[in-house]
Write a protein that binds this ligand. Sequence first.
Ligand code: IMP
Ligand code: MG
Length: 174
Amino acid sequence: MEVHKFDLLYTQDKIACRIRELGEEISRDYAEKDPILIGVLKGCVIFLADLIRNINIPIEVEFISASSYNGNMTAENQVAMVGGPKVSIKGRHILLVEGVVDSGHTVRALIDRLILQEPASIAVVTLLDKPVCRKVEVNIAYKGFDAGDHFVIGFGLDAAQKYRNLPFIGKVIG
Ligand code: IMP
Ligand code: MG
């Protein structure tokens, strides 16, 4: 197994505080909207679990799986998607919940696909955002923290599938 060196970026306490704020904001903004939160696996899992326990309005939870690939493929072909909501999202308010948005390709492809099912709205919620790395435009409605251009791990986020279980967020330094 490859071992990565990392520095602490966001502590458990700081993350918990921020997720509480996001939960309050979403509860306010979606009070009458009966939203469906769609978690993007696998990076969303820890964030989503904490976020929904800080939301105090009726919600539903679904999952979708996405993997992005590097290479010379076109943007539309770069993202493979599996699964998706098991219920009809037509006319529903959707919150797409991600662990980290980097180039934006994954979230863009998911939105383009979900929009075909004619939801009332789609907004993106991400724990970490890397706007300086953006290659396609994506509007982020709710973000936990900025991650600069660091490769971040922990709190659900992986490097080669490891480190998702770290209870804080680290930045890889080597
Ligand atoms: P995007 O499609 O370039 O926005 O990248 C999104 C996906 O790439 C995420 O769902 C992650 O799986 C992965 N990813 C991008 N940046 C990071 C990072 O800093 N740490 C861990 N995974 C990342
Ligand atoms: Mg990954």
